[in-house]
Design a protein around this ligand. Structure first.
Ligand code: UDP
Ligand code: MN
Length: 589
């Protein structure tokens, strides 16, 4: 038993020795192999050794697409963080009701902040190629004051996804001392995660749109600065055609074609085409004029840029150096208003040029500004800004601006001594830049603008308060009405002078005795009072003398074959109950 026991013990010992030897050999070989790979081991080689311990297919899959998988993981992670921050901003911070913003912010919150929008450009724009390396770089400057959250996020996402990355230097958001908490730290964190090119400047006190834009521009490092509003959404290919225009002309300011973002559905209204030029009204309201045919003479087609007298203000692109050379926006303008008039008059009158670029399409929520205007009320501030601009640029034509504004607000805002001094500084700057006169501007640039005479009391479109249609002179010189009000053309511009003459393009409005329809005739002399061509505008009625009484102008459907279906203006017995008897003029002096 003992000897057999001994034999089996010996066998066990040999087996153990062989096992230990084999183990040592394997270890040495393994270690040797690893040490041989040493510094030359490639990144993925550790996976090869790991393969020994893990099933083949799984490690193979990881090894084949490491970069892609990693990127996907980080993007998903980034998207996830952005999405959860967005939820936090929407859910944990209070916001005012939609009414405060003046549009359907609730609907906006339901729509993705990274949505696609339809391509509303004229088709020719879509096939254009640009030499990107020769285009100037751009910085975007967007001031915001108590804006709704999701349009602001959509604004930034749209810029990032639709601007060539090699050209976009930065997006500078200037927070004009907003008071809502959802525009605070969480928003800052959101933009930090989203893209390192986004910067937020926080104003310590409210400065208004103009100074905020100036502050953003001061810090901009791009060759071109684009001023946008926080509730604008740039569309496909918006930047290139603007930059291309600026590249080839040193003294130019260009603007995109703004299309409305519907304030209820938040969808883009892609039906509008750039067919208007911007101008001013005599009370300094912004008005659109039909694109005059002569401006088309240099254009091959609808998509080509065209000059415009006045910038509409919400998407302005300008070379930083040129913007500074003309003296920037007037920093004496407060909170909101007037700066687009100031820059437009300045640029044109000192040898520059302004153009609308139809291939650059940008959506804008038109909402009316409901925010507070600081210590003064809104109308006071806007009127004061506009008076300042007129004082600086409009020479003797300020007469009409003062007259028109003082019928709306009396007394007019007054300037402090310091404000008058800074106003004189701007006038001096104008002189130093050898500015042309405002008369030149009207004669050479804003040629569609009708200039009143100093004898005029009422001026502009005559609009029916019920139908909202406007007087319009047909080719046969009868006066009818058109639904196309507010798009200014000469055929709709009338004036009533202090002698009671209702004038139209150097002639006067009278009536046909057989039909009592209004028709254009030669003017009576100033001294001829109380003729059938003497008019009175009172209590919104337009009346003329008929025997011993007055008869009133009324909008009526034509019963005459040559004007079938058209609305004409006819004289009838005055009757306060008649719905179509009241008319307003655009301006009163
Ligand atoms: N804004 C500002 N401070 C102000 C008033 C306006 O920063 O005191 C911003 C506003 O948030 C918007 C831009 O300036 O991004 C233009 O204002 P708004 O859209 O009201 O002008 P509108 O489109 O009515 O001309
Ligand atoms: Mn706006």
């Amino acid at each position: 038993m003992k000897s057999s026991e001994m034999r089996s013990r010996e066998r066990l010992l040999v087996l153990s020795l062989v096992t230990i030897f084999c183990f040592l050999l394997t270890t040495v070989v393994l270690l040797g192999t690893l040490s041989l790979m040493g510094p030359y081991a490639s990144k993925n080689d550790h996976l090869k050794t790991k393969n020994v311990f893990y099933p083949e297919p799984k490690t193979e899959a990881v090894r084949q697409k490491p970069a892609l998988t990693y990127k996907q993981v980080t993007n998903n992670k980034k998207s996830y963080r952005l999405a959860s921050l967005l939820q936090k901003m929407l859910k944990t911070h209070p916001r005012p009701a939609d009414d405060y913003f003046g549009f359907n912010a609730t609907r906006s919150d339901e729509i993705s902040v990274k949505r696609d929008v339809p391509d509303a450009r004229p088709s020719e724009c879509k096939n254009r190629n640009f030499k990107y390396s020769s285009l100037p770089t751009l910085s975007i400057v967007t001031p915001f004051y108590n804006e709704a959250l999701t349009p602001l996020l959509r604004h930034v996402h749209a810029i990032l996804s639709r601007t060539p990355p090699q050209l976009l230097i930065e997006v500078i958001l200037v927070d004009d001392n907003s008071t809502f908490s959802y525009l605070g730290e969480d928003l800052q964190e959101y933009f930090r995660i989203l893209d390192s090119r986004i910067r937020i400047i926080r104003n310590k006190e409210r400065k208004g749109l103009i100074l905020s834009r100036l502050q953003g521009e001061e810090e901009a490092r791009g060759e071109v600065v684009v001023f946008l509003d926080a509730h604008m959404e740039v569309c496909e290919g918006w930047a290139e055609p603007l930059l291309e225009r600026i590249k080839s002309q040193p003294s130019i300011v260009v603007q995109a074609h703004p299309i409305p973002i519907n304030d209820h559905t938040i969808g883009l209204d892609t039906g509008t085409r750039a067919r208007c030029i911007g101008g001013f009204g005599w009370d300094m309201r912004y008005i659109w004029f039909t694109l005059p045919p002569y401006l088309n003479q240099f254009r091959g087609s609808d998509w080509e840029p065209f000059p415009t007298p006045v910038l509409q203000g919400s998407c302005i692109a300008v070379r930083k150096s040129y913007f500074n050379a003309v003296g920037r926006f007037d920093p004496g303008l407060e909170i909101w208003g007037g700066e687009h008039f100031d820059l437009s008059f300045n640029v044109w009158m000192t040898g520059g040029r302004i153009e609308t670029v139809p291939c650059s399409v940008v959506g804008h929520i038109y909402k009316g500004n409901k925010y507070s205007f600081g210590s003064n009320e809104k109308e006071y501030t806007i009127f004061k800004n506009n008076l300042r601009v007129s004082e600086i640029w409009m020479d003797e034509y300020i007469f009409f601006v003062r007259a028109a504004l003082s019928h709306i607000r009396n007394p007019l805002p007054v300037f402090t001594e310091a404000e008058l001094r800074s106003l004189q500084e701007r006038k001096k700057l104008r002189q130093e830049r050898n500015s042309k006169s405002f008369a030149w501007f009207l004669k050479s640039v804003h040629t569609e603008q009708m200039v009143p005479s100093k004898e005029d009391v009422f001026f502009g479109e005559i609009k029916n308060t019920k139908s909202e249609q406007c007087w319009f002179v047909f080719e046969d010189e009868y006066v009818g009405t058109t639904v196309r009000c507010d798009l200014i053309i000469k055929e709709k511009t009338f004036s009533l002078d202090r002698y009671g003459r209702l004038k139209y393009l150097g002639r006067c409005v009278g009536y046909e005795e057989s039909t009592f329809l209004l028709r254009i005739k030669e003017c009576p002399s100033k001294s001829e009072s109380k003729t059938s061509m003497t008019w009175v505008h009172a209590n919104d009625s337009l009346m003329t003398a008929y025997h011993s009484e007055y008869i009133c102008a009324i909008q009526a459907k034509s019963t005459f074959p040559i004007h079938t279906g058209k609305d004409l203006v006819q004289l009838q017995m005055c009757d306060k109950q008649k719905e179509y008897q009241t008319w307003t003029f655009m301006f009163r002096f």
